[in-house]
Ligand binder design. Structure first.
Ligand code: FMN
Length: 329
C-alpha cells in the first residue's frame, strides 16, 4: 500500500471514529461531547497554541459580568490531596471587552463557543445577556447561578429553587437567539428541585456541578490558606458527589444535563454519560494538561467503539441502580 493510500485510509478511519462521538446538544452539533469548562480554559484563545481547539466538542468561556472584575486577593489556589480549592473571584474582562476583543479571535476557530454569564443582581444578568444577544458567533449561554444577590441581602441564587427560577425566567425573557444552559451548584441538600425549577423557568439544558464550598487553614497563622477565606473545591475529590447529582438531576427533568466535576479520563466521562449526562465538561484536568479535554475525547472514543455502541449517545442514561426509583421509567 502506498503511503498516500495509507494516509487516506487512516483519515477515513479517523473520520469514521470521530463520527462515533458526534452528537447534538440543544440543537448545537458537537464533534464530540467533551466541552472545556468555564474558568479553566480562559476565553479559549489562550489555549490555541497548546492544542487544536477544533478537536473540542465546545468551549465554555470564563464567566462574564457586566463590568470587569479584578478578582480576589491572593493566594487564590490551594492544592488538596485530591483536587484544588480556588477563590479567583470571577476575575474577567467584562462583557463589552469580551465582545470587542476576545470574541472576534474566538470566532475564527471552528468550535462552538458557549458564554458563561454571572451577576450579583437580576439586572446584572439581564444586562450581560442583552449585550451578548447582539453579538455574532456564539453557540449558547451558560448561566452561573452560584452567586450572591447583593441587592437582596447576599442570598445565593443557587440556594433556593424559587431564586434559581427567578433568575432563569428573567434571563429567558431576554434570550431568544441561543439555548440557555443553567449551571447548578452542588451546595444543596437535594438537587432535583433545582433542576426542575430551572427547567420550568425556561432552561434548555442544565449543567452540574459547580465547585463545592470548602475551607483550608494554616495552623501556624490560624488563618485560611485562601486570601478570600472560603473557596470552591474541584477535581477528583468531588467526582463521586457530582456523579450522584448528575444521576438525580437528569432523572428529574426532560431537558439535557451536562455533567462535570473531577473528570480526568475517558472512563470518567463515560460514567457521567451513563449516569444521565448528554455531554460532559472538563475543568481542573486542564490545569494539569491543557490538552486534557482532547485526550479524554480520544479515550472516550475507544470506550464507545469497544462497547459496540454505534454512537456515544447510546451510552447516555444506561446506568441502573438496583432498587433506586427512576421517575421517567
Ligand atoms: C479556577 C477556576 C475558575 C472557575 N471559574 C468559573 C466561572 O467563571 N464560572 C463557572 O460557572 N464556573 C467556574 N468554575 C467551576 C468549573 O467550571 C467547574 O464547574 C468545577 O471546577 C468542577 O469541575 P472540575 O472538577 O472538572 O474542575 C471554575 C473552576 C475553577 C477551578
Amino acid at each position: 500500500m502506498s503511503s498516500a493510500t495509507r494516509v487516506s485510509n487512516e483519515s477515513a478511519a479517523n473520520a469514521a471514529a470521530r463520527d462515533v462521538l458526534s452528537t447534538a446538544l440543544c440543537g448545537i452539533a458537537l464533534r464530540n461531547p467533551v466541552i472545556a469548562a468555564s474558568g479553566t480554559f480562559g476565553y479559549g484563545i489562550e489555549f490555541a497554541h497548546l492544542c487544536d481547539l477544533s478537536e473540542l466538542g465546545a468551549i465554555v468561556t470564563k464567566g462574564l459580568s457586566r463590568e470587569p472584575i479584578a478578582g480576589n486577593p491572593s493566594p487564590r489556589l490551594w492544592h488538596t490531596e485530591a483536587g484544588m480549592i480556588n477563590s479567583v473571584g470571577l476575575q474577567n474582562v467584562g462583557v463589552r471587552v469580551f465582545i470587542r476583543e476576545k470574541l472576534p479571535k474566538l470566532r475564527a476557530f471552528d468550535v462552538p463557543a458557549i458564554v458563561n454569564v454571572f451577576g450579583y443582581s437580576l439586572e446584572d444578568y439581564i444586562e450581560v445577556l442583552k449585550q451578548l444577544e447582539d453579538a455574532e458567533g456564539l453557540a449558547a449561554y451558560e448561566l452561573n447561578v452560584s452567586c450572591p444577590n447583593t441587592k437582596a441581602g447576599g442570598i445565593f441564587f443557587s440556594s433556593e429553587p424559587s431564586l434559581t427560577a427567578q433568575v432563569v425566567s428573567r434571563a429567558r425573557a431576554v434570550v431568544s437567539k441561543r439555548p440557555l444552559i443553567v449551571k447548578l451548584s452542588p451546595n444543596v441538600a437535594r438537587i432535583g428541585p433545582f433542576a426542575t425549577a430551572a427547567e420550568r423557568a425556561g432552561a434548555d439544558a442544565i449543567s452540574l456541578v459547580n465547585t463545592v464550598t470548602a475551607l483550608t487553614a494554616d495552623i501556624a497563622s490560624r488563618k485560611p490558606r485562601i486570601g478570600a477565606g472560603f473557596g470552591g473545591l474541584s477535581g477528583p475529590a468531588i467526582r463521586p458527589v457530582a456523579l450522584r447529582m448528575v444521576y438525580e438531576a437528569s432523572r428529574a427533568v426532560s431537558i439535557p444535563a451536562i455533567g462535570l466535576g473531577g473528570i480526568f479520563s475517558g472512563e470518567h466521562a463515560a460514567e457521567f454519560l451513563m449516569a444521565g449526562a448528554s455531554a460532559i465538561q472538563v475543568g481542573t484536568a486542564s490545569f494539569v494538561d491543557p490538552c486534557a479535554p482532547i485526550k479524554i475525547a480520544g479515550q472516550l472514543r475507544q470506550i464507545v467503539i469497544r462497547s459496540g455502541a454505534r454512537r456515544v449517545g447510546d451510552l447516555v442514561r444506561t446506568l441502573r441502580i438496583p432498587g433506586a426509583e427512576d421517575p421517567k421509567d
